[in-house]
Structure formats: structure tokens, C-alpha cells
Design a protein around this ligand. Structure first.
Ligand SMILES: [Zn+2]
Length: 445
């Protein structure tokens, strides 16, 4: 049994913030949460406010190497994608392991205790499987272990270059398994282990036809694992889908049996009112990635309407333009203010819930809530920085609207401390590790 004593702890949207909270941990799970007590001997004191582990619902680890390197000149999502493909072509399992370890360590420093890696870099750059066809996925699992965070490895099916059925070409050939049955066989060979869940991904309605989508959905349902897909990130995708099938991406996905309470639609930006109703009625989670969506000029999705329709919201740092879930959380509200010229669409506590409990649900982890029986993921944010000084007693509002990843001081994952005093206990100098890994790839200037 270990004991953690939080000066302040957020106990969820209903219960709010409590003082002097003792969290007792047995193995990797919370045994008891007691409010208003002094720290017993042997308890580790957590100064500031402690929240459940943050969940990063959508990640492409290798995009981290593009940070700040795609900001010159005009363009759009599609021109950015060419730069991303150039980078993808330089990765092999060893470089991927080094880069992903550093990126996941950066996430740990930001208070992220679980990440959903939307993984489709399956094969070598010529499209041939590695000796172990899951070598790239194994590199990600190893990386998460080294960085001390949980991984939901969303093994993603990616079969074609567009809705017209064009085959994969160029940098894309390493994404493809040929057909959905071959994808299922390869993904089925991935082993789960402590800290690693294997889930399913449909890259998009562009990349996977409805019959293949149904195969992926059945694979996930059989294993009772999450299913994620990119949905309506770009207007061009919606228009192409309507032209090719007469349906929106959400309607097409629904017809293939892809939507439902274990499904997460990533982005969900360009939706019709019917699409919003469809996602809500099926209980499909919407994963917003606002720092990426603004970086790629995607647009602003209907977060309030989705939540009203019944879709839980979660958050992802996606392309890692920044890795900061506080920034993602407030951006959901702030983007909607810009789009509507109105304030107050989302309560701060609901945004924090999107960053914690709802995100963990979408990734299949029994975490994200400080309650007995849950996985003991505890993230502490110091309240002494210039950003947060004076935050009490409305600490959650200021946490969501003013905290940054740099304010995280301590991170506990499954009862094991991974970050203390803002220092990564397993990886050490994370900045240096990132610098080495990115320099080895020599990405675009
Ligand atoms: Zn993505």
C-alpha cells in the first residue's frame, strides 16, 4: 500500500475540489480516497491540485518531428500532408522507438498518463512487411513502457488512396495491408500486456471502403476494444464522399456499423445537423484536437451540439503542434466563442472531464477518476507559478483556462511515480532525447 496526500484534489464534475485528500493505492489501483485528513506518516505530499491522469485520445507520435517546421508559406492540410509523408518515409523501427520514447516522455511531463496512438506506419518504406510484421507497433509499445505511460495502440487499417479506389502510392505504400482480412490477421497478432491495449482504427472513409470498415468494426466488437476513425476533418473529404457515395462520411460510417459507444470519431469538424444527431444517438465519442485543427486550418467542429446530442467529448494532441491537454481543453471553448461570438459553451469542469475520464473511456482504460477501484493515475499541478498564483479557491476554472503542461509537477501512473518535481524519473533529460531523435530523422527545415 502506498499513500499520496493531495493539498487539493479534483474529484470529478459533480463533487468538485476537496482539500487535504488522502489517496491510498493498492497495487496499481486506488483503494480509498479520504477527504479532509492530515497526511499520515509515509504519505507522499502533493502540493497544488491533483487531478486524474490526462488522456491523450489521438496521437501520431512521429508528427512531433514536424513541430515548427511547416509554418512557412501558404498551404492547407493537403500541402502539409506532403511534408508529413516525406518524414514518414524516413522512419524505421529503431528510429521510431527512439522518437516515440521521447514523445511519450514529453506527454508524461505534460500529465498525460494514457495515449491513443493512431498507428498506420506498419511496413517498410517499400510496403514490405518487416521480419515481424508488427515491428513498428512493437516499437510504440516498447516506447510507452520506457516513458512510463499507458498506450492504447490503435492499429489502423489503411487500404486505398481515395474514395475512387486509387491504390496506395509513394509514401503511403507502407500503410497498407492489402485488404481488411490481412489487416485483421496482422493486428490480431499484437499482444496486449500490462500498460498496453490493442484497439482498432479505420483511417478514414477515404482510405477504407465500407465492407472493409465493417470487418474492422467486427474485429473491435469481438474483442470489446475501442474503434477510432478520422471523420470529416476536411471539407474536401466530405465533398468527395458525397460525390462518390451520396452519403456524408458519418452516414457512410454508420451504414458500415462503425458508430457506437466504443467508437471515437476524431475531429468531427465538418458535420451536418443529421451527422451530429447520428453521432449523438449512437453514443459515439468525438475527439477534438484543437491545436492541430487550428494549425492545419481544418475548421471548428460543433462541440456543444455534439455534447447536447449525446456524444462524450475527449481531446487529442494529434500532430503535436504542442503537447498540452490544458490548451486543448480550453481551445474547445475558446474556438466555439470565436465561431459563435458567444461565451460560456462548456463548463470548465466538463472540459477537464473531457481531458480525463471521457478520454480514458475512449481509450479503454479504467482510469480518469479519483475513486476506489480505478487505476491510480494522479497528476499534480503546482499552483505557485506566475500563471496560476492566486488560483484558489476556484482552482479548476483557472487550471483549465490558465495552466500549461509546464505547470505539471508530479505524475503517478498505476501507483508508480513517473514524474517528480517536473523531472522525468525514467527518461531523464526529455528535451535532449527529443533533440537526438529528431536530428536523426533530418526532417524538413
Ligand atoms: Zn490523426
Amino acid at each position: 500500500m502506498t499513500a499520496w496526500h493531495a493539498e487539493l484534489a479534483w474529484l470529478g464534475p459533480e463533487r468538485g475540489v476537496a482539500e487535504r485528500v488522502l489517496v491510498e493505492v493498492e497495487g496499481e489501483r486506488v483503494a480509498a480516497v479520504t477527504e479532509g485528513v492530515d497526511p499520515p506518516a509515509g504519505a507522499t505530499r502533493l502540493a497544488g491540485i491533483t487531478v486524474p491522469g490526462l488522456a491523450n485520445g489521438h496521437s501520431h507520435a512521429f508528427h512531433r518531428a514536424l513541430r515548427g517546421r511547416t509554418q512557412r508559406g501558404p498551404g492547407d492540410f493537403w500541402s502539409w500532408r506532403e511534408l508529413m509523408y516525406r518524414l514518414a518515409a524516413t522512419l524505421d523501427p529503431d528510429r521510431y522507438l527512439e522518437l516515440a520514447t521521447a514523445v511519450y516522455a514529453e506527454m508524461a511531463l505534460a500529465g498525460i498518463t494514457a495515449v491513443g496512438e493512431f498507428h498506420y506506419l506498419h511496413h517498410d518504406p517499400t510496403g514490405r512487411p518487416y521480419a515481424d510484421p508488427n515491428q513498428m507497433g512493437e516499437a510504440l509499445a516498447e516506447a510507452a513502457g520506457r516513458a512510463g505511460i499507458r498506450l492504447t495502440l490503435i492499429d489502423t487499417c489503411y487500404l486505398r488512396a481515395g474514395l475512387d479506389g486509387r491504390p496506395l502510392a509513394g509514401a503511403q505504400v507502407r500503410f497498407g495491408d492489402g485488404d481488411a482480412d490481412a489487416w485483421a490477421e496482422r493486428a490480431g497478432a499484437l499482444r496486449e500486456r500490462p500498460g498496453v491495449l490493442v484497439a482498432a482504427g479505420v483511417h478514414s472513409v477515404r482510405a477504407v471502403d465500407p465492407t472493409a470498415m465493417a470487418t474492422v468494426a467486427a474485429w473491435a466488437a469481438e474483442r470489446r476494444r475501442p474503434l477510432h476513425l478520422h471523420l470529416s476533418e476536411q471539407r474536401a473529404e466530405v465533398e468527395a464522399c458525397l460525390a462518390a457515395t451520396g452519403r456524408t462520411p458519418a452516414a457512410l460510417a454508420e451504414s458500415a456499423g462503425v458508430l457506437g459507444p466504443r467508437t471515437t470519431a476524431v475531429h468531427a469538424t465538418h458535420l451536418t445537423g443529421e451527422d451530429v444527431a447520428r453521432l449523438g444517438a449512437t453514443g459515439t465519442t468525438a475527439c477534438f484536437c484543437p491545436t492541430t485543427e487550428r494549425d492545419l486550418a481544418d475548421g471548428v467542429g460543433p462541440a456543444r451540439a455534439l455534447a447536447d446530442a449525446g456524444s462524450p467529448l475527449c481531446l487529442g494532441s494529434d500532430s503535436h503542434a504542442v503537447i498540452d491537454l490544458f490548451e486543448e481543453a480550453r481551445a474547445v471553448e475558446l474556438d466555439e466563442r470565436l465561431a459563435t461570438e458567444r461565451r460560456g459553451h462548456h463548463r470548465p469542469a466538463d472540459l477537464l472531464q473531457a481531458a480525463t475520464g471521457s478520454g480514458m473511456d475512449a481509450l479503454g482504460w479504467d482510469a480518469g477518476r479519483l475513486a476506489p477501484g480505478r487505476l491510480a493515475d494522479l497528476v499534480t499541478v503546482g499552483l505557485d507559478s506566475v500563471r496560476l498564483a492566486g488560483a484558489r479557491p476556484a482552482a479548476v476554472d483557472q487550471l483549465v483556462f490558465a495552466a500549461t503542461a509546464a505547470d505539471v509537477t508530479s505524475v503517478v501512473v498505476g501507483g508508480r511515480q513517473v514524474v517528480a518535481d517536473g523531472h522525468h524519473l525514467l527518461v531523464g533529460d526529455v528535451g535532449a532525447a527529443l533533440g537526438r531523435a529528431i536530428a536523426a530523422l533530418d526532417p524538413a527545415p
